[in-house]
Each structure stands twice: as C-alpha cells, then as structure tokens.
Design a protein around this ligand. Structure first.
Ligand SMILES: C[S@@+](CC[C@H](N)C(=O)[O-])C[C@H]1O[C@@H](n2cnc3c(N)ncnc32)[C@H](O)[C@@H]1O
Length: 322
C-alpha cells in the first residue's frame, strides 16, 4: 500500500480533521495576511502542504507541524528547505513570530486556548533543532515543550466560520474574547465555502487573525485579577451589568477562582502590587452607586450585558472597580 493511502497511527482522515484546502482565493488571502507580518513562521497542521508550499516561498524560516506521520514524511521529502516536525500541534512550542494554520476543526478551541495562554513576550530566535526533533533528523514526538516559553506575535488561522465570527466579536463578545482583549486583537478576514475543502466539511470556514498587542491595555501583573473579574461578570446573576457587578464581591475580583497566569507574571499572587486605595480582599458586594459611576464612565448602560462590552470598556470597568 502506498503511503498516500496509509492510515496514520494517530487516526484516520476524519479523526485527524483532514479537510484539505484547495480554495485559491483563501490561500492567496492567508498568504497576503502572512506577508504583513514578520519573522519566522510556524504552521500547525500542514497536511499535504496547501499552505506550506506557498509559505516556503516567502524566504522566511518555516517550521511545519503535522501529526500524520505519512504526510509529515512526504512533506519533508518534498520541501527539504522546510523544517517539518511530526508532532502534536497542542504540544509544540509556539515560538515563531507568526503562527499559521488551517487547523483541524475539532482542535480549534484547544489551539486557541493555548495560543492565548502562551502568548508571552516576543522572541526573535527561531526554534532550534536542539529544542525540537525534526522529521529530517528522524526524531519522534516527545513530551510537552511548553516549559521553554512561547513568543508568537501574530496568528492567522482558518477555523469554522461560526468560531471565527465569535472570536472576532461579531454579534456580541464572548468570555474568551473579553479575557484576552487587553492583550490580543482579533479580526475576521473572510468566509471560506465548505466546498473549498476536500473532503468537504459540514460547515464553512473563516479566516481569523489574532495580533498580540504591542501596548497591552493592562500590565501582565493584573491579568489574574482582571480574568477573575471578567469571569465573575460573565457568570454572575442579574438583569444587567449594574445588578451583576453589584453582586460580585471583592473575593471574586481578587481571583480566587482564576486559573491562568499572565505571561511572565509571578506565580505568587501575594507579590502583585496592590492598587492605591484598593478595598481589602474579601469585602462584600459593591456599592450600587460605585458600580453605576463606573458603568457611566465607561459609556455602558446599566442594563448592558457582558456580551455588549468592547475591550476598552472591560479595562475601564476593571480599573474603576478593582
Ligand atoms: C484541515 S487539515 C489542513 C491541512 C493543510 N494545511 C491544508 O490546508 O490543506 C488539518 C491537518 O492537521 C493535521 N492534524 C490533525 N491533528 C493534529 C495535531 N494534533 N497536531 C498536528 N497536526 C494535526 C491533520 O492530519 C491534517 O493534515
């Protein structure tokens, strides 16, 4: 049996989300967006190279990650100038300046989560062969490389259309978007018909870009507290933000339920600087007048819901109420 028809050890076409892109306008669009970025490239889910081939012509260092061992081997033979890693995209270091991928649709959310959690300070150095095994050197997949830290700046992803819209905040903000907003910008660039993939998936795709802000709207040291505040607002009860935030206590704001750590921030929360004039942690619900003033200052109506807020409004609310 030829390698073209062999089933991967990691699963068949369906399990691996192998819907290969052949929609020329989308390939051109992704390439155009990549041209607007700098530095080394990391492609997740390279498959048969629909994007890898044109990316390899940009003259930038390119690492292509593909879990299917047959496809990875074939791509490495076809494109000797590309560093092909037969690896799990959920475990490789995200250490190139620009991440690109027509990603398997079932992995969209974990890939996005990882990108947002690991979007640390940019690094100019490209991953070295010492750090990660390459297909050419014959290395096999190894353990999680995240310990090294990640430093991507731009991500251009082809994901399900609805996910792309949601992440870009079309039709209302989401918890994930609000959590990421002070550090990342999302944009939607176009819709890809399902017929643009082979085999055809059940839904259309969408091109989503994520840019790590050069000037974050909040310092990294506030990320934990900010995230706890946003989570509390999204999950709190009430008919509008005035009511919801009035019921959110300082204990919730302080991040007792938060899980993620800001890029480069200390693990130990006791080392975070206290805001001047901050109320003691664990204090009870907020004064309604204080909440209303903060909402008014941020241009938010008392009946507005968390999904209605823009990034700058979340930041302003957090700064006023924290
Ligand atoms: C939607 S296809 C895209 C292929 C190619 N980039 C294209 O546009 O035609 C996704 C690719 O990701 C690969 N893949 C699936 N799970 C993976 C994982 N965990 N890590 C890396 N690649 C994976 C699949 O084998 C498949 O080749």
């Amino acid at each position: 049996m030829s390698s073209r028809s062999s089933r991967s050890l990691h699963g068949g076409r369906h399990e691996l989300g192998q819907n290969f892109l052949h929609h020329r306008p989308t390939i051109d669009l992704i390439l155009e967006l990549v041209r607007r970025t700098d530095g080394p490239l990391l492609e997740l889910g390279a498959g048969d190279g629909a994007l890898t081939v044109p990316l390899s012509r940009l003259g930038r260092p390119l690492t292509a990650v593909e879990l299917d061992e047959h496809r990875a081997a074939r791509l490495a033979r076809r494109l000797p100038e590309v560093r092909v890693l037969q690896r799990d995209a959920l475990r490789v270091r995200l250490d190139a300046e620009t991440i690109v991928g027509n990603v398997p649709f079932h992995l969209t959310t974990p890939i996005l989560r990882r990108l947002l959690e690991h979007g640390g300070p940019p690094r100019s150095a490209h991953a070295t062969g010492r750090d990660q095994g390459s297909q050419r050197s014959g290395d096999r997949p190894r353990g999680d490389d995240r310990r090294h830290g990640d430093g991507w700046r731009d991500a251009l992803l082809l994901v399900q259309w609805e996910v792309a819209r949601k992440r870009a905040g079309v039709g209302g903000g989401t918890l994930m978007g609000a959590l990421a907003a002070p550090w990342f910008e999302f944009a939607l660039h176009g819709r890809v018909p399902a017929s643009g993939f082979r085999p055809m998936p059940s839904v259309d795709g969408g091109v989503l870009s994520i840019h790590r802000r050069e000037s974050p709207l909040l310092p990294a040291s506030e990320r934990r507290g900010y995230e706890a505040f946003v989570r509390a607002a999204f999950t709190g009860r009430g008919r509008g933000l005035a009511q919801i935030l009035g019921r959110v206590s300082d204990r919730q704001h302080a991040g007792t339920g938060g899980t993620s750590r800001p890029p480069g921030a200390p693990h130990d929360r006791t080392r975070e600087p206290a805001r001047p004039g901050a109320r003691p942690r664990g204090a009870g619900p907020r004064e309604p007048a204080l909440v209303r003033t903060a909402l008014r200052a941020a241009g938010i109506g008392p009946q507005a819901l968390p999904r209605d807020l823009a990034p700058a409004q979340w930041v302003m609310l957090w700064q006023r109420l924290s």
